[in-house]
Design a protein around this ligand. Structure first.
Ligand code: ADP
Ligand code: MG
Length: 709
């Protein structure tokens, strides 16, 4: 493919080089050739014309001489033609001396030939041109023509004959020896086809030619039109032989005779052809040389180009290879970047996971180096010490100044020294929120070689726990007290029963209405004392659960009537809305009463400045459940506390509350397979909903019904 292309390139280059170098060369050759051919042709023409001129001159001279000859003998020293007889010798000498004339004749003024020499002639020539011209006193040279008088071809020259007075008395004519005339023509040129001849104005050949033309029989040209025109010229034409000839011709002055020198064009142009051949002989080797040189040159250029191209191709291949390698490296790099990205992401995720992990610990956690500079920490650590942001590398003792405690620092450096965990329990730390207690645990962070890397500190706010612990102690005290109160209530109740029985008998027996009224007042008060004590007993007595049929409406009414007398309910307006067809339920009366009491007391406590307390009962449709709604218009419960209110010991009432009411209540209701729900709007009020099944499955009923009066 490539070699084919380079072959083509070489050929093209060769051709181009040839065109560039040979074209001017050829042009030059052509120009030189043309110019030299022209020169040669001109030279030949000139030679031909020169030959004609020379011959014309010769003939002209000859004719002039002959006219002078004639003129000299035509002057007579006598008065008329009668003395001609004396002159005979003179005339004869003219003919005999040289072979110039064929014959001589003398005519009188009438044109009558009166004397002739060398030939006998008779007749009148008055109608002949030569006579008419010479009779008027002028010499004349005729054309060569056929004479009817002699019956031959003749050429006549004539002179007037003058007498002694110089008067024209006749005409002297002479016929020129044509052979002698022809003999004057000399073709100086040596050529096989060159010939010199005379011809008439009609183109008729008048003299014999070297190549054998018949005078007076043949025309010098082929065709119709005579090419010999004007005074002289150099022409080419087809001659009598049918050959193309180069012809120079000239008219003999004073006559209608032309002299022509002709030569075959082929022969005439021989030098031109020869020259052309020489040029060709010179041209062909030069051209061949040029071809070879161009070819060599092109080959050289092509080979250079080929080398260059192959080098370029190699360089290109190398480039491509490098690029391919680079691409591979790039690809590898890309993969590595993707891999490292993935690893980084994984690392980030795992770091995030660890962060979430330590964040998920509900204790404050902080990791430090051996100097106490923070390396890791969790959310709770920030929360506990109320820090917005923690700069890694910051000293833990500066960030949380509360930890700058002699004992804590001592513990920290002991862990650093001994690599043994330490714990500081219930440290009282002052964060500015009153009394607070923290458990601090310090752990050494060890690597695989047991080399200490840092310290982990766990901080736990145990204030609540501490407080609970204190409360529990108080509660235990209270429960002991309530046991005492219970005993006391029993002691009071028994004599009170006696007193009331006595007063009832006394009321019946006393006739005096005034005394009756007084007894009634006392009895009323005794009843009230009894009722109070009973309530107290029911509340505090840890009675075993006893399921009975309970009329809930009745129970609520009784409980409310008991509580409404308490000072707590002074400012509280109580509303009741009982569902009349509420079925009696199976339940532990005391437990339910205690639940109601707890919730009602809470409601009252939520309304220290008074409010409305409404209690509503209802039956849940299509189900064996009843519902008790206890609503107040009190302070409400903030959402974050809602989850906690059923926790034991959760209270917002400081020392006034135990935080046990709702937790005990829920446990009672759950043991009845029921539930307590709360809805609250802080600042508006709270509704507690107790749901209880009407029946307790698989439970034996105890007493029929307990009636509270
Ligand atoms: P205590 O009454 O001793 O605080 P409880 O278990 O009875 O304990 O109640 C727990 C907490 O629930 C109360 O401290 C109070 O904050 C909240 N609470 C209970 N009932 C109401 C209510 N009706 N209105 C507002 N807060 C209430
Ligand atoms: Mg309570």
């Amino acid at each position: 493919m490539a070699s084919k292309y380079f072959k083509k390139l070489t050929t093209r280059n060769t051709l181009l080089t040839l065109v560039f170098f040979a074209l001017p060369f050829i042009l030059l050759l052509v120009v030189v050739d043309l110019e030299i051919s022209r020169l040669i042709k001109n030279q030949i023409n000139q030679q031909l014309a020169g030959a004609v001129q020379e011959n014309i001159k010769t003939i002209q001279l000859f004719l002039q001489d002959r006219l002078i000859d004639l003129g000299s003998v035509a002057r007579l020293d006598c008065p008329d033609l009668k003395c001609l007889g004396d002159k005979e010798k003179l005339f004869l000498s003219l003919i005999q001396e040289k072979k110039w004339y064929d014959f001589i004749f003398i005519a009188d003024l009438d044109g009558q030939i009166i004397q002739s020499y060398n030939r006998v002639l008779q007749g009148n020539i008055s109608d002949r041109n030569y006579f008419r011209v010479s009779v008027r006193g002028q010499a004349f040279i005729s054309d060569i023509f056929f004479s009817d008088i002699t019956g031959t071809n003749v050429m006549i020259i004539s002179q007037p004959i003058l007498n002694v007075q110089g008067k024209i008395i006749g005409v002297l004519g002479a016929s020129l020896n044509l052979n002698y005339l022809y003999g004057l023509l000399s073709d100086l040129r040596v050529g096989k086809t060159s010939e010199l001849f005379l011809l008439s104005s009609e183109g008729l050949i008048l003299s014999p030619t070297k190549l054998g033309a018949f005078p007076f029989a043949e025309k010098a040209f082929a065709g119709e039109i005579n090419p010999h025109k004007g005074e002289n010229g150099v022409i080419t034409h087809i001659d009598y032989r049918g050959q193309e000839v180069l012809c120079a011709y000239q008219r003999l002055p004073g006559t209608n005779i032309y002299l022509a020198s002709e030569m075959d064009l082929k022969e005439a142009l021989l030098p031109v052809h020869r020259f052309n051949r020489i040029i060709l002989y010179f041209f062909i080797p030069s051209f061949l040389f040029l071809v070879i040189i161009s070819n060599l040159y092109s080959r050289r250029v092509t080979s250079l180009l080929q080398k260059l191209t192959s080098n370029l191709a190699r360089a290109l291949d190398e480039c491509r290879e490098r690029r391919r390698q680079l691409d591979l490296i790039n690809k590898e790099l890309e993969n590595k970047i993707i891999e490292s990205d993935r690893l980084a992401r994984e690392l980030q995720l795992s770091e995030q996971y660890i962060m979430h992990l330590i964040d998920s610990i509900s204790l404050g956690l902080v990791g430090t180096d051996l100097e106490g500079r923070i390396t890791h920490f969790n959310k709770h650590f920030k929360t506990i010490f109320e820090l917005e942001e923690i700069q890694r590398g910051a000293s833990i003792f500066e960030i949380a100044p509360v930890l700058k405690d002699k004992e804590i620092e001592e513990a920290f450096y002991r862990v650093v020294r001994e690599s043994v965990a330490r714990q500081l329990l219930a440290r009282k730390l002052d964060r500015g929120h009153g009394e607070e207690y923290f458990n601090l645990s310090l752990f050494p962070i060890l690597n695989g070689d047991n080399r200490l890397l840092g310290i982990t500190i766990l901080v736990e706010n145990v204030t609540e726990k501490e407080k609970l612990r204190a409360k529990l102690a108080e509660y235990e005290k209270l429960s002991a007290l309530s046991q005492l109160a219970l005993g006391a209530a029993h002691e009071i109740n028994n004599p009170l029963l006696g007193i009331s029985s006595f007063l009832e008998i006394l009321l019946e027996e006393t006739p005096d209405p005034q005394k009756k009224q007084q007894i009634e007042v006392v009895l009323d008060n005794v009843y009230r004392i009894s009722q109070t004590i009973r309530g107290l007993l029911n509340f505090a007595r840890p009675a075993p659960p006893q399921f009975t049929k309970v009329n809930i409406n009745q129970l609520i009414e009784d409980t409310l009537s008991f509580l409404s007398h308490q000072p707590l309910f002074k400012k509280v307006k109580i509303e009741q809305k009982f569902y009349p067809q509420l079925p009696p339920i199976t339940a532990d009366l005391n437990q339910i009463r205690q639940v109601l009491t707890n919730i009602l007391i809470n409601a009252a406590q939520a309304m220290p400045d008074g409010g409305r307390l409404s209690v509503e009962t209802s039956k849940i449709k299509f189900e064996d459940f009843i519902q008790i709604d206890i609503s107040d218009t009190g302070v409400g419960i903030p959402p974050e506390n809602l989850k906690k209110i059923f926790d034991p010991f959760f209270t917002t009432k400081k020392s006034q509350g135990t935080g046990l009411g709702l937790s005990i209540s829920l446990s009672y209701i759950k043991s009845h397979n029921g539930d307590i729900q709360v809805k609250s709007q802080p600042g508006k009020g709270t509704t507690f909903t107790i749901i209880l099944p009407t029946r307790q499955k698989g439970r034996l009923q105890g007493k029929k019904e307990e009636v509270i009066t």
